[in-house]
Design a protein around this ligand. Structure first.
Ligand code: PBG
Length: 322
């Protein structure tokens, strides 16, 4: 045998030297859930160790994460039912606790990068990402609302807008309207290939944001489709997206790889709530080792081509790597 691949694995120095994929805390974006009020830290049943925070307790939590090396966060609001309506007006209301929290976080920690969520579902009495009329999700009528929401978030100081709604043309509309208001430095990380996935269940529990009727299949992508992601990617880039996201991550590694090969823009992936919940459930039963499983999962997403990863594992990863 002239060729023995095992020689390149014989000790950790060699293995580390030739490791092809690196994963560091700088690649990770940590999702945080916010609710209105004071003194709130309530654990989300289907997302062990993830909480809905009120802003007073979230600030010290972010400080802890910064000390661990996490620099980028994405914030999601849990809105009370009485504030939800058919046109999601609370999303851009100036008394909105989410907008206040963005301002507070950016004032307290100007050095971090804060990303938002733009979609109607947390604020909509229908629980859909767009306006609903007679059971149909309206596209063009939704766009001005997404724009108002984005401008309100930009005014509050957000660094990156994250449109997660999958309406056609929203990146271009948001980009134009942000620029017209003087927010040309606010970035857009588009949820480019967002699939109609079963793995969002725990997130919808966290925000109580599940659709009241129907499903999201007329706007989120069919899990069976890959080439269609190229159409979405091309549109988002033409419309002015700075980064393209694939979501979920691990069942869609081929899509991450495809977009990484096809596009010059940075590619990110959302390691979603269901992926986190699966590993936790198996680890609780003693069927998987928690730490090595989640690190392997994150590594596979990087190996597929993701530059950044939105993941609930961010804090545990940062703690492991101290
Ligand atoms: C809503 C949104 C969802 C997620 C992020 N933004 C859920 C959905 O589309 O129903 C899911 C994230 C996760 O599961 O961790 N627009």
């Amino acid at each position: 045998m002239n060729i023995r691949p095992r020689r390149n694995r014989k000790n950790s120095v060699i293995r580390d030297m030739i490791q092809e994929t690196q994963l560091g805390v700088q690649n990770l974006i940590y999702p945080l859930f916010l609710e209105d009020g004071k003194g709130v830290k309530s654990e989300i049943a289907s997302l062990p160790n993830q909480f809905r925070w009120s802003i007073d307790l979230l600030i010290p939590e972010i400080e802890t994460c910064i000390a661990l090396g996490i620099r980028t966060f994405v914030l999601f609001p849990a809105v009370k039912d009485e504030l939800k309506d058919a046109t999601a007006t609370y999303s851009y209301n100036h008394s909105n606790f989410y907008l206040h929290a963005i301002r507070k976080i950016k004032e307290t920690f100007p050095e971090i990068v804060l990303m938002s969520d733009v979609a109607l579902d947390p604020y909509s009495s229908d629980g859909h990402d767009g306006l609903v009329k007679d059971g149909v999700i309206l596209n063009d009528e939704t766009l001005p609302i997404l724009s108002k929401m984005s401008i309100a978030q930009a005014q509050a100081g957000i660094d990156i807008i994250g449109p997660s709604d999958m309406m056609d043309g929203r990146v271009g509309t948001i980009r134009n309207d942000l620029d017209a208001e003087g927010y040309e430095d606010v970035s857009i990380m588009s949820y480019t290939a967002k699939y109609a996935s079963a793995f969002y269940g725990p997130f919808r529990d966290a925000l109580d944001s599940a659709p009241k009727s129907g499903d999201k299949k007329t706007y989120q992508m069919n899990p069976a489709n890959k080439r269609e992601a190229l159409i979405e990617a091309q549109l988002d880039l033409e419309e002015g997206a700075d980064m393209l996201m694939v979501k979920p991550a691990t069942c869609y590694l081929d899509v991450i790889h495809l977009l990484k090969e096809a596009c010059d823009a940075p590619i990110t992936a959302y390691n979603v709530s269901g992926e986190y919940a699966m590993i936790h459930a198996a680890a609780q039963k003693g069927w998987l080792d928690y730490e090595s499983s989640f690190v392997e999962m994150l590594m596979s997403i990087r190996r597929a081509g993701a530059d950044g990863i939105l993941t609930y594992f961010a804090k545990d990863f940062a703690q492991l790597n101290r």
